[in-house]
Every structure is written in C-alpha cells, then in structure tokens.
Design a protein around this ligand. Structure first.
Ligand SMILES: C[S@@+](CC[C@H](N)C(=O)[O-])C[C@H]1O[C@@H](n2cnc3c(N)ncnc32)[C@H](O)[C@@H]1O
Length: 220
C-alpha cells in the first residue's frame, strides 16, 4: 500500500515539469475547486507567510515599515487570491497580484481586494521593465514548489522590489530538497543582491508536508 499522502492534484502538480502550457492547463482545470481542495488538505502557507511577515528581525537594510498598511505589495503566483485575502483581512490596501494562469486570476478578481491583477506572467522569465523596483514587498506563496518555477526566478522577485524592500518566499520541502534553491539563495547573497533576514524552517504548509519560509531584504 502506498504511503503517499499527497492530494491527487498535488501529485499531478509535481509532474508539470515547469512547462508553461501544462501549468496553464492544469490550473485552468483546478481554478474553480482550488480553494475547496486546498482547504481540505489544511493548506496553511498563507498563514505561515503572514507569521513570518509580522515577526521580522530588525535590520539596518530594511526600509519598509511592515506596519504601514499602504505599502505596495506584489503577490506573485497569486492564484485564487488566498494570500491577498489574508493581507486584506489585516488591513493591507495596496496589493497587486500576477499569475501565469488566467483562470486562477479570474477567481482572485472575484474577491475584489487586489488593485491590479495580471494574468499570463511567467515568473521564470524576465519581468516587464515597467515593473522594475515597483514594490515595497514581493511575496510568492505556494509557487516555489516542484513542477512550477526554477530557483532562479528569485531574480525576478528582486527586480520587482525596490532597494530596502522585502521578499517573502515559501519553498515546499520536496522543492527545497530537490532543487538548488539554497545554492541560488547563497549566491544572490554573495553577489550583494539580497540579504537573508530570517528563515522559518519546517513550518506548516499542507497535511502532507511542511515548508521553509524565507524573508530577504533587497540590497540592489
Ligand atoms: C499552488 S498555487 C498557489 C497560489 C496562491 N499563491 C496560494 O497560496 O494559494 C501555485 C500558483 O502558481 C502559479 N504559477 C505556476 N507557475 C508559475 C509561473 N512560472 N509564473 C507565475 N505563476 C506561476 C499557478 O498558476 C498557481 O496559481
């Protein structure tokens, strides 16, 4: 008997292999039931990310006041808007979202909490130059997971975020263990692009797996 406790959708997601078309088709098919299914597996990545956001250590480099509810935030791979909803529930009023999947963004749009929502954004690719240094905070929750994005996509988060701004990322354990995420993160620190502020390791994510949650300040 298999010990694999992953939800069938999660198993399928692991097989996407970063293929843009496959990801779009998968999420087009899942969008309507995503919230119900992820609630069924106690998906808690947004809460864990919010916990990290509200418990940042002091840093001379960080110039974002995370208590200021008008800071400009980008939710990358926003999906149906679960992270945006968490932020809105805590009073944050200046949140944009983007995602590769039109159907997921259409679900997020129904919440009426995002300022600007953009579909067809592949975070594995360079960003639109208009988005450079645009955000005080960029966060990506549930996206650095097998079959979705490369660790190098961190560069796009850096490009979107102003110097002194904040980046928050979740990495599902299987992703962290099977990719060069740590190496990419270390190299970006060596290159003085980011500084790691905090990492919450093995925090709640889904019933079948924990995740690591990373907070970086952008240096350049
Ligand atoms: C597991 S869902 C997480 C959604 C949301 N952040 C949440 O926490 O519920 C992963 C999301 O990442 C998006 N995604 C996958 N690959 C992407 C890519 N290369 N660029 C941008 N978004 C991507 C998917 O369309 C999907 O909405």
């Amino acid at each position: 008997m298999s010990n694999d406790k992953r939800h069938p959708r999660v198993k399928e997601a692991f097989q996407l292999d970063g293929d843009e078309q496959a990801i779009k088709e998968f999420y087009a098919d899942w969008a309507e039931n995503y919230d119900k299914d992820t609630s069924g597996i106690h998906y808690s990545a947004c809460q864990s990310t919010y916990d990290l956001f509200t418990r940042l250590p002091d840093s001379e480099y960080l110039t974002v006041d995370v208590n200021d509810k008008s800071i400009r935030i980008m939710d990358i791979g926003c999906g149906t808007g679960l992270m945006g909803k968490k932020l809105a529930d805590h009073g944050y009023s200046n949140v944009d979202g983007c995602d590769i999947s039109l159907e997921m963004v259409q679900q997020a749009d129904k919440l009426d909490i995002y300022n600007e929502l953009t579909a067809d954004i592949d975070i594995n690719q360079p960003i639109n130059p208009d988005w450079r240094d645009r955000y005080d905070v960029s966060m990506s929750v549930g996206v650095f997971t097998p079959g979705h994005v490369d660790p190098e996509a961190l560069n796009q988060l850096i490009d979107m975020t102003r110097s002194g701004g904040l980046i928050l990322v979740s990495t599902r354990l299987a992703y962290y263990d099977s990719t060069n995420y740590q190496q990419v993160s270390d190299q970006l620190e060596k290159d003085n692009k980011i500084k790691l502020l905090n990492v919450d390791k093995d925090r709640p994510y889904t019933d079948d797996s924990p995740a690591h949650y990373w907070a970086y300040v952008v240096l350049s």
